[in-house]
Design a protein around this ligand. Sequence first.
Ligand code: CA
Length: 80
Amino acid sequence: MEKNRKYQIMTGAVLVMVISLATSFAQAQNICACEPDLYTCQDFSRADEAQECFSYCQKQTGADVHKFDLDGNGKACDSN
Ligand SMILES: [Ca+2]
């Protein structure tokens, strides 16, 4: 009985680890959608979120799909 309980706790802990790993992997892989003009700077509450999305979509599509960096200095939402 005691052994069985320990096994259940271990299994539960491993399961939680796997789920949280999978979740963080999914988030890292999909920072934001890169369909053109889906967002404006106002859609992001933090400046670094817009920057992350800008860098991510730049990498995915090779373009500033959301027009976050109109002045082309590499910084998203700094002047527009
Ligand atoms: Ca800029």
